[in-house]
Design a protein. Structure first.
Lengths: 620, 420
């Protein structure tokens, strides 16, 4: 009987559950390897959600998550389970599945004692899953390897059981085989979670210490903070303190999620729950921070706290300049729920007023942009994403450049760019192709391992800027979609970088400036000038389009002057039609930006910028 | 005229809005549309029909009678608006091919116009003509009936160009028909088309030289426009013909202007050149009336008409007749206006049209009448070489005006957008 009866249930009430009856686990999986479906099935089997109330992917709240099949914000659900005559409280902590959110993943993992490694039985492990698996292993989590989707005709459970068995160090026969869709093997998995994953350990009498592993803004409740209690316990109406800042808040509500929030009398050692303090900004309740009580504060915070650090920057501009205030309001709102989002106003000669926005990575950028467009109805132009550069000048000062147009023009001693350690998993037939791509992108090989006969793990150091620039699309297209990528930033390196400016009739178009490696400046210049020549309509005068490094022109195209713009015949019967045509043309002119004296359709900016901006990872 | 513009309904009796009543003393012209051709040319999107396209019910034989019934209606409508007592300054028969009708029918329609309003002493009466469809006799008959001017659709002197245009006439006939018309006492104009697919610059030069050699007093030269819905439009769409190249057309325009100027023809409108220029005896006064904003009544299927008005909200009214000759005839037979729809022009519309039309003329557009922001744009346009600097400053001793340069004529639409 998997669901405990009332007598047993009393033993696993929140704030009154012995730590040995608690199991905290997460599921590590690649997007669309079926994590949400499996989670749904667990909710059903444990009776937390009745079958008829079930909606697919119950835990993914935001529409975008549901549509893209990815989970941005983790959640934690408490589920009852029974093995033999003992009741257990299982806390399933849902981890974000993407590299941009590695830090959040690491905090989710830190809240658990074990992890279910979920792999699609038809596809095998992907690079990000591997990276998260390594992260979990580094955190000493107990790993339960599971193959999902065994109901699929294309499933190859033997092959992939071997692969993940090797990775985790278990016998392939011990790799569980489940189907989230049909429910096969899920009960067995829950039993195994109880059997294998260690119970949490903590000191119930010590000062309270709870780690924040997620923080979500809710328009009705303010910030909802998800915590894992390590020591002591947290109780309603206590004042709590955030150890990174010392800020204190009244605890308005405390409880567990199952699967809706249930207020409780508190949460104790090893338990996972939520806190509501009435704060309105997730920055006041930061992931990784330690919560303690004001009355009996802990002296030492739990380890591992970091401030989120933006790695990728892009300028966001409203297409209609009058939407600027609306864009600012929208960003202010998104920021409430996104501690990693930061932005400051900037102006562009070409694009007008907008914001330079820092993101954790490309997916984060895409999600923010999409939410701005969808939830706030804004039409945006985003400039090509770039990374952060440290530029040392001859006068010993350092300039931090987040926007290519700020790249200093004076004497430069050295430019440093961020680098990442990238892990690429690929079928072995594409190893040469992938190595070629990495070499083109200034990568250096760190190592290479065969995961199985026909799958290879390649490890590279690559400049982040190269990854930001359509690396993922290239990787996918050159490996027919088979390769997968993960990376983590590891520091920076000096590189021979230059700024390429694009000039229209001698006027710099700041939106098109880019910082690129010296060897690639020419390519960039040629590509941009050719593209702009196609996109910008002929003007009344000849328009040179130049790419320049400093004062040196490296590429040039010319838009020939338009010589004829007149209707030959204009007699009585033509006048109304002709007038309407002119009105339409004048209307079209409003959608032009004037650079110097060149009229550039806003669509041309979007087209010129967008094709370079599509470097998003794991868009399937 | 592939499609009529959108508009509001015209009253059954054709009555003009009350606010045009007694408003203004402009000159008054009449346009008569003759919607018949022997062959439909591949590039043509005018409202015209061959006998086989038309079928029964709207025959060429009864067309003069039908058109005259609209003239009668026009006189009544203008009378009701207090605008009936104006002698007609200009009459223009266009098409189609007006000379598909016997000269006697054209003369009869002109007679109806004369009966309705009277013709001014120096009235200009033009008909378009296909070189195929005139004889010395028919031209003499037109002159005797009151016509003063004929405009021949020459288009090109080069056989392969004419063939691409579906023109059936023999180019060698042009000098003859011009001579016949002049002998009959008619002022003569030739229409040319440049930029036809396959036409070389030398072909175009040959056409211009052939036109000049006839010693006519007026030449119109039009860039070929491939209109959607024409046979040529379909050929271009299917890739059977190349789309005319705008740079090539610009070069050909410049060649036309150079050759015509050297032969003594002055440009007086973007596509028109005449000996003596805009104020001379050979400029087409009917067309000038369109460009200067005078009133006109368009008789015939699909024809447009315009009457200016004085009203706080409206600058004038323009309407257009139903397109199909059969429907046109049926409405008139019913005693109803053949008007399909009309538009009541706002002052903003009127201003845009005034700039758009007058700037095309060699007399230019008086700067006094421009808005302050448009006057600012004039300086920029002079700087860009699109407007004549001396004219803009009044340095030639005349009122300051926006006068297109040669380059400006080729970019006239851009100038209009800048000035409005």
């Amino acid at each position: 009987m998997p669901i405990p009866g009332p007598a047993l249930r009393a033993r696993i009430e929140p704030n009154a559950t012995a730590p040995e009856l608690i199991r905290n686990f997460c599921i590590i999986a690649h997007i669309d390897h079926g994590k949400s479906t499996l989670a749904d099935r667990m909710l059903q089997l444990t009776g937390v959600v009745e079958a008829r109330a079930m909606r697919a992917q119950y835990l993914d709240r935001m529409d975008i998550e549901r549509e893209r099949g990815i989970t941005i914000k983790s959640q934690a659900v408490r589920m009852p389970w029974q093995v033999d005559e003992t009741p257990y409280a299982l806390n399933m902590i849902d981890t974000p599945g993407h590299v941009d959110f590695t830090y959040e993943v690491s905090r989710s993992l830190a809240a658990c004692e074990g992890a279910v490694l979920l792999v699609d039985a038809a596809q095998g492990i992907e690079a990000q899953t591997l990276a998260n698996l390594y992260l979990a292993m580094e955190n000493d989590l107990e790993i339960i390897p599971v193959l999902n989707k065994i109901d699929l005709p294309a499933a190859q459970p033997e092959k992939y059981a071997e692969e993940i068995g090797n990775l985790v160090g278990v016998d392939p026969d011990d790799v569980l085989r489940v189907s989230g869709k049909t429910g096969v093997g899920v009960e067995e998995l829950l039993d195994r979670i109880v059997a294998k994953i260690p119970a949490p350990v903590g000191n119930p009498d010590a000062s309270a210490r709870a780690m924040i592993f997620d923080s979500v803004y809710d328009i009705y409740r303010g910030v909802v903070t998800y915590v894992r209690v390590v020591d002591g316990n947290l109780n309603p109406r206590e004042r709590i303190a955030m150890m990174s800042t010392g800020a204190t808040h009244e605890l308005l509500e405390i409880g567990v999620i199952s699967p809706e929030p249930n207020p409780t009398k508190g949460i104790g050692v090893g338990e996972v729950g939520y806190l509501i303090t009435g704060v309105k900004d997730v920055r006041q309740s930061k992931v990784g921070d330690t919560v303690t009580t004001q009355v009996k504060p802990a002296t030492e915070a739990l380890g591992g706290y970091e401030d989120p650090k933006p790695m990728v920057f892009s300028g966001l501009y409203p297409i209609d300049g009058s939407d600027y205030p609306a864009l600012r309001d929208a960003l202010d709102k998104l920021k409430l729920n996104d501690a990693a989002l930061n932005y400051e106003p900037e102006t562009s000669v070409a694009l007008g007023f907008g914001f330079r926005v820092g993101f954790l990575g490309l997916l984060h950028l895409e999600i923010v942009r999409e939410r701005l467009e969808r939830e706030f109805n804004l039409d945006l132009i985003s400039t090509a994403p770039n990374v952060i550069y440290d530029v040392d000048l001859e006068d010993r000062t350092t300039v931090v450049v987040t926007n290519p147009s700020e790249f200093p023009s004076g004497k430069i001693r050295e430019v440093r760019e961020p680098v990442v350690r990238a892990t690429i998993l690929t079928p072995s037939e594409f190893v040469g192709t992938v190595m070629g791509l990495c070499t083109e992108r200034r990568g250096s090989l760190l190592g290479m391992d065969y995961l199985s006969e026909d799958r290879v793990e390649l490890r590279y150091t690559l400049p982040l800027a190269e990854i930001v620039f359509d690396f993922f699309d290239q990787l996918k297209s050159r490996t027919r979609g088979y390769a997968s990528l993960d990376y983590e930033t590891t520091g920076d390196q000096a590189a021979d970088l230059v700024k390429v400016d694009i000039l229209l009739q001698g006027d710099k178009v700041d939106a098109f400036s880019a910082i690129v490696h010296k060897d690639k400046a020419y390519d960039y210049g040629v590509r941009m000038t050719e593209k702009l020549k196609e996109l910008i309509p002929r003007q009344q005068f000849e328009v040179p389009i130049q790419a320049a490094v400093g004062a040196r022109v490296i590429a040039r195209e010319t838009i020939r002057a338009m010589r004829k713009d007149v209707l030959a015949k204009c007699y009585g019967g033509d006048i109304s039609r002709k007038r309407k045509l002119l009105e339409k043309q004048k209307e079209g002119k409003k959608r032009m930006k004037t650079i110097g004296s060149v009229e550039v359709p806003k669509d041309a900016f979007i087209a010129a910028l967008s094709s370079d901006a599509s470097g998003g990872k794991d868009k399937k | 005229m592939p499609q009529l513009p959108e508009g509001v309904p015209v009253p059954d009796d054709g009555a003009l809005p009350a606010w045009v009543v007694g408003s203004h003393p402009t000159r008054f012209g009449v346009y008569v549309h003759v919607p018949f051709c022997s062959v439909r040319c591949g590039y043509c999107d005018f409202n015209t029909y061959t006998a086989s396209e038309l079928g029964g019910g709207a025959s060429q034989h009864s067309y003069a009678t039908t058109a005259l019934s609209e003239v009668t209606l026009a006189r009544r409508v203008l009378d009701d608006a207090g605008l009936g007592e104006r002698p007609v300054s200009t009459v223009f028969f266009g098409g189609g091919t007006p000379t598909m009708l016997p000269a006697s029918d054209l003369v009869r329609i002109l007679g109806g116009v004369r009966d309705a309003w009277g013709l001014a002493d120096d009235a200009e009466v033009t008909t378009e003509a296909n070189p195929d469809s005139v004889t010395p006799q028919s031209l003499a008959e037109l002159r005797a009936g009151g016509f003063t001017r004929v405009s021949f659709g020459m288009q090109s002197a080069v056989p392969h160009v004419l063939a691409t245009l579906d023109r059936t006439h023999d180019p060698l006939r042009i000098p003859d028909v011009v001579r016949w018309a002049r002998d009959a006492g008619l002022d003569v104009s030739l229409d040319l088309i440049y930029g036809t697919p396959g036409e070389t610059l030398d072909d175009w030069r040959a056409s211009l030289e052939a036109a000049i050699a006839t010693d006519v007093d007026h030449v119109s030269a039009y860039a070929l426009v491939v209109e959607p819905g024409t046979k040529m439009g379909a050929q271009v769409k299917r890739g059977l013909l190349p789309l005319p190249d705008e740079d090539d057309q610009a070069t050909k325009y410049e060649l036309a202007d150079a050759l015509l100027a050297a032969a003594g023809y002055e440009w007086y409108e973007v596509s028109n050149w005449a000996r003596g220029g805009i104020e001379g005896p050979h400029a087409c006064r009917h067309n000038l009336a369109y460009w200067r904003g005078d009133d006109w009544w368009g008789v015939g299927p699909g024809a447009h008409s315009y009457v200016a008005g004085a009203h706080p909200e409206h600058a004038g009214v323009r309407w257009w007749n139903v397109k199909h000759p059969r429907r046109y005839a049926a409405l008139l037979e019913d005693g109803r206006s053949p008007g399909a729809a009309r538009e009541l022009l706002t002052h903003e519309d009127g201003e845009l049209e005034r700039v758009m039309l007058q700037v095309r003329l060699s007399e230019g557009l008086p700067l006094d009448a421009l808005t302050p922001s448009a006057r600012t744009a004039v300086a920029t346009l002079v700087g860009q070489g699109l407007l004549d600097g001396r004219a803009a400053l009044g340095a030639d001793g005349r009122d300051r005006r926006a006068l297109l340069t040669l380059r400006g004529r080729l970019l006239a639409d851009a100038v209009v957008r800048a000035l409005t």
